[in-house]
Each structure stands twice: as C-alpha cells, then as structure tokens.
Ligand binder design. Structure first.
Ligand code: BEZ
Ligand code: MG
Length: 545
C-alpha cells in the first residue's frame, strides 16, 4: 500500500476547505427584494456586471474576461469607463480587440439598467396601450431582457432545445452520471427529472436537453426547422448505457411546451424499441420487465412523462408541509403521486394521451429510480428561496423512497458557474444556507424591507424545513445557527419583534417543529429558551390584537 504523507492529507483537506470558501464567496445572491419601478443600486450593479462579463457569448462574438482580472476590470469600468478598462486590461496582456466586445456589452447593460420602465409600462398597459415585447430570461444568460417593464414573451416550443442548450447539456448529463458513479460504482438504471416551464424558457430547453442526453437521443428538426423528432445516438458513440428517465413536468411546462412533451415521450418510446442488449438500454430492460410483471402492453409500460391532470397545477406538497398537515413523511410522496400521475404523450397507434390517469405506471416507474435531479439555472431563485423546489424535487424523492424502498441519491446542477457543477441536495442546502440565510449580506438586505424582509427570512427557514420533511437533507447545525443568529442574539430578536412579530413567532414554531419531528437534535435547554421566546412573542401579539 502506498504510504500517505500526513502533510499531503492535511493539505488536501485545507484545499477542499479553501475551495468551499471560494464557492460561497463567489456565489451571487440577491441582496434584497426587487422594488417595482426602482433601478438597481451601484453595489448590486458591480456584482451583476462581473457575472455578465464571466460568460462567453459566441453568438454575439463576446469572450468572457478571465477570472483573475474580471473584478478589477469591472471596477475600473464602473469607475472610469470602457477606455480605462481596456487600458487596464492591456497592461495585463489582453488586447483591446479581445476585450472591447465584452466591455461594449457592459456599456449597453449599464445604460439599460439606468432606465426602468416598469411603472410607466404598467400605467400604459392599464390604459390599454401597446407595450413593447421583450424576451423572458435570466439577466446573466440573456442581458437582452433589459430594460425591464416590457411585455415578456416566452419561447417557440418548436425551437426547444436550442442547438446551444443541447450542446451545453452533454457535459451536465455526463457530470451527473459521473457523480453517481463515483458514489455508487455504477450507472443509475433509472432517474427522475423535474422539468419546469419558466426554466426551460430561460435556458431554451437545457432541462429537456439533459433528459434527451440521458436517454441517449438527439433532437431532429423538420423541413420547417421545427424540433419535432428525435433519433437515437448509437451505443458505440454514446459509450454508456441509456438511462431510464421518469419525467415529472410542471403544469406550466405542460401548457407551454406541448410539442416538447410529445418529443420527450417519443424519445422514450423510440429507445424502448431499439434492439439492443438490455445492460446497455435500461429503458428497454425496464419496459420489458414491466410488460411481463403486469401483463400489460408496451404502450402502457413505456409511459414516462407525467404531469397534473389537465387544468391542474402544482403538487400541494408545499402546502401540506407549510401548514404542518401531515403525520407520516410518506404522505408527502403519496400526495405528489396523486397530483402528478397523469400521463402525456402518444401511443404506438398515434393516439394522443393527454392527461390520462396512470397511477400504477407511475408507481412502477418510480420504484426503479435510483437518483433524482433538477437543473438550477438562475442565481435569483435557489433551493430555499421558494417552496417549489422542495414540493417538486423533494416530493418526487419522497415518492421514490417508498416505492423503491430506498432513498434515491438527490442531485442538483449549477449551470450558472463557469464549469458545470453537480452537487448533492445536502451540499446545495449547506451552500444556500451559508450564502443566503446565515449571510449578513443577505439578511440585512432583506431586513431593509422591514415587515416583508422578516417574512422572507422566515420563509427561507420554512423552505429549508421542507428539505427535512421531504428528504432529511438538513444538518442539525443549520437549525442551531438559525436560532443563534435570529433568536438568541438579543439585538436581532428585538429588530425582528419590532418589524414583524408574526413571522418571528412562526420562525420559533418552525424550529420547535423541526425538533419535534426529529429533524433537529438539540439540547433541552435550547428548546426551553425557544419556548420562552415563543411565549413572549405570543404575549406581544395578544397585546397588539
Ligand atoms: C414552472 O415554471 O414550471 C414553475 C414555476 C413555479 C413553480 C413551479 C413550476
Ligand atoms: Mg438530521
């Protein structure tokens, strides 16, 4: 056995820690809420411009600024303008030709950030006047969304996935499979993916493209340049098995991306019928198993695209968690399936399946799932900002846990960073907690909004709790630090009390619930302190009433 030098081991640990710190430091977070009609502040602008300058945009002839100069160059740009920034970059060995396009882009963005037409457009819209259209997207991925206050248009579903989205998604799908293999020593046979409408608008279909890659298929365009078909990537080229993919799509996705729903269903059915060895084609393997097990036909066994019943939206898992209306965790997964077990696609005879209840098919498909996954594509909304991530990814993971009799590996991607990052759910919860909930820069930004800001802090904690309820993915220290930061610091508690005693009270209750349900192992003395604070907040609220 090779001897490990203790210094090397120590250095490796220090380096891993360093990488984590840089990751948290570099994480772009919203500092405060957007105020309708108000332009962003100077500090926010620098962070935003740095992110915008960090992305290559081959379609616009724009090269990203190298990582080691971006901060300095953007500060110089904001301080003294384009020419000054170009001179600075020249001193660092970057030619003006190289850097001018990205600085031009920053100029345009800066100009557009100054104008804010939101209020004016709202008033004009209320008068029934024409509002100019503009794309709906993430500002970093597509700065053309500026100026805001336009009539957001979505996307042509026949253009999804775009060539760029499909190309980008290969690396994501590979990293995802690599991560699973590192941890489990083999490929997952089946995965469950969550697909949302707005996300696929923003990225021109990255989530869709990732699903196609996992299946080992690529989109094919027709004579009108519409993506209406798929073809199989030959196994020799793919060099790995085709993964069985169970897709739960949101109601919004189903409504906006009807041709894409058909495309995804078509891809599964195509792969299921390929004459390939079963160990290289898990879709076919599972479909054939199910045909035998249930004595059903191939059409029923190949259903993989699920959503709500027509006209219905959401999983309601978030409401059940927020209102504490559940006793056993498996109820949350069952509710997810009850809401989402409607199949979409087209059978082999060409008959449309439009929201047919398919609970058994969904149960069977989920029972084979070994990993669940969702793509995160914006810095504005993360795992704990809204209750939708845990209702979907948490909901489906809990449903898998009961049906597969084993908790799946749960992953998220971060297609925001320069290089694709796949993280486990636990890693992502830790990162979000450190970058947002427990970060003074974040919570002070929220507290500037007074009443609403405290509600946002409480929401973050409740959304974090949602990850305990659906996936047991929250470390004890997270709840402990939330209590220390917001409730056991007297000055902070006073501020919360003054601004919004209702949310402060809910925060206390949520922490007590986390302990009561077994998600937070903590000393009785801490709980006693929490109960005291809870009682004094109740007294205050009664006094107010
Ligand atoms: C969607 O874009 O599909 C979506 C938006 C909010 C919550 C859930 C889904
Ligand atoms: Mg725990």
């Amino acid at each position: 056995m090779a001897e490990i030098n203790p210094n090397d081991a120590r250095d490796a640990k220090v380096f891993a820690l360093y990488e984590q710190l840089v990751e948290i430091e570099e994480r772009l977070i919203p500092t405060g809420l957007h105020v309708f009609g108000r332009a962003s502040s100077a500090g926010e602008k620098i962070d935003l411009l740095k992110m915008i300058a960090s992305f290559d945009r081959p379609e616009a002839g724009v090269r990203a600024l190298p990582e080691n100069v971006v901060d300095e160059a953007v500060r110089e740009f904001v301080r003294a303008g384009t020419d000054a920034a170009i001179r600075l970059l020249e001193q660092k060995g970057l030619s003006a030709e190289e850097t001018r396009p990205v600085l031009r882009l920053l100029e345009t963005v800066t100009e557009k950030l100054k104008t804010n037409d939101e209020l004016d457009s709202l008033v004009r819209a209320l008068r029934g006047e024409f509002i100019e259209p503009g794309p709906g997207a993430d500002i970093i991925q597509n700065p053309d969304i500026l100026p805001t206050g336009r009539n957001t248009h979505a996307i042509n579903p026949y253009g999804v996935p775009s060539a760029a989205a499909f190309a980008r998604s290969e690396a994501v799908a590979n990293s995802l499979l690599d991560r699973y293999r590192q941890e489990n020593g083999r490929y997952p046979e089946a995965m469950a993916l969550v697909l949302w409408g707005l996300d696929n608008i923003k990225t021109q279909g990255e989530g869709v493209a990732q699903a196609l890659w996992l299946l080992g298929t690529r989109p094919v365009r027709d004579a009108l340049n519409r993506t209406t078909n798929v073809e199989a990537i030959p196994l020799a080229e793919l060099a790995r098995p085709r993964i069985d993919v169970v897709m739960t799509v949101s109601g919004i996705f189903r409504d906006l991306f009807s041709p894409t729903v058909q495309l995804l269903d078509k891809a599964v059915r195509l792969v299921a019928q390929l004459d390939e060895p079963l160990e290289s084609n898990y879709v076919r393997k599972h479909v054939l198993q199910q045909v035998e097990q249930d004595a059903c036909d191939l059409d029923d066994a190949a259903v993989r695209v699920f959503s709500n019943a027509p006209g219905n939206y959401g999983t309601n898992v978030n409401f059940m968690v927020m209102d504490s209306q559940w006793e056993r965790e498996e109820t949350l997964g069952d509710l997810f399936v009850t809401r989402k077990c409607f199949a979409y696609g087209r059978d082999s005879k060409g008959r449309a399946i439009e929201g047919r209840e398919a609970r058994v098919a969904m149960d069977r498909a989920l029972a084979r799932v070994e990993a669940t996954y969702q793509n995160i594509d914006t810095f504005e909304i993360g795992l704990t900002d809204v209750d939708h991530y845990f209702e979907y990814l948490g909901g489906v993971s809990k449903a898998v846990e009961k049906r597969a009799k084993s908790r799946p590996a749960i992953y998220l991607s971060d297609t925001l960073s320069r290089d694709v990052k796949i993280r486990t759910l636990e890693e992502t919860v830790r990162l979000e907690t450190r970058a947002k909930t427990l970060n003074p820069k974040w919570y002070e930004g929220m507290l500037k909004h007074g009443f609403r800001g405290v509600a946002e802090i409480e929401n973050h904690v409740s959304n974090t709790f949602g990850w305990s309820a659906t996936a047991d993915a929250v470390d004890d220290w997270i709840y402990s630090e939330v209590a220390n930061t917001f409730l056991f610091d007297e000055t902070m508690l006073e501020r919360l009390r003054d601004l919004n005693p209702h949310s402060a009270h809910s925060l206390v209750q949520r922490l007590l619930e986390a302990n009561g349900r077994g998600y937070w192992d903590v000393d009785e003395s801490v709980l006693e302190k929490l109960r005291d604070i809870g009682r004094s907040l109740e007294d205050q609220l009664e006094g107010v009433a």
